[in-house]
Design a protein around this ligand. Sequence first.
Ligand code: HXC
Length: 265
Amino acid sequence: MEAPASPFDTLLYNVDADGIAVITLNRPDKLNAINTQVLADLQRAFRQTRSDERVRGVVLTGSGEKAFAAGADIAEFTDLDALEGHRFALRGQAILTSIENSPKPVVAAVNGYALGGGCELALACHLRVASENAQFGLPEVGLGLIPGYGGTQRLPRLVGQGLATEMILTGDRITAERAHAIGLVNHVTPSSDLLAKAQEIVGTIVSKAPLAVAMALNALRSVDLPQAQGLQMEAALFGQACGTEDFQEGVHAFLNKQKPEFSGR
Ligand code: HXC
């Protein structure tokens, strides 16, 4: 039987039996370059992951063997001037930030190139798993540009100012092994195991209390606040967690040596 047509022009979207949505950038002939349609499809797909109660977590990957995404689609750059370029960056940033703000965990499974906007898309995910052949880079300065989908902000927060400065100013690509060593990716696997590893991580996360996971993501996002404010935010979210049925269930199950059955309430 033929697989049902994807409701997205540039993405594949499948939800597995465990409630993990696998979203696949699907322009392999263009190394999954992110054009306007890809951004629109990503926006719609991630809205769907929020509203679909079956979905508990997300894996984002690229189709084909060569690339997660080789950047924003350079073919769309020819008409950009100062004003349009500003709008272009803001639009992509808003969509990547909505991915970062997902209350459900999002893991990037990076197969092959993650360059420019592709690297920035992976950085907007909560965690990253890479195949051994993955390469990461922000080559924008070589095009007379700078990263515009959050790379100058998210990369230094993840790997530190010095390493981020080197990657952004040289445009050099780094291997998966190096990306792992500097904390850019959480795990490196053979290509054949990549998706399974990403699904395993999402699976572990979604076995926990969903509201607590969403609150933990929220608290982690507060890391840019001054510490005193971040601590207040943490305490407020801790209080919210204590008001959930899942908290009652988790403590009850522990004390009775049972496995908790979380309801997400
Ligand atoms: C459009 C792209 C593309 C891109 C690859 N392709 N990357 N098209 N935008 N970013 C297309 C090629 O034109 C080609 O199409 C096909 O994909 C295969 O690519 P090749 O170059 O033939 O493959 P290969 O020789 O293996 O080289 C792979 C590569 C190279 C090293 C990844 O493609 C490359 O350097 N790509 C550009 C990477 C880059 O500069 N990314 C940053 C973009 S700027 P045809 O039709 O010829 O077969 C950016 C800014 C984000 O991302 C922020 C915006 C605000």
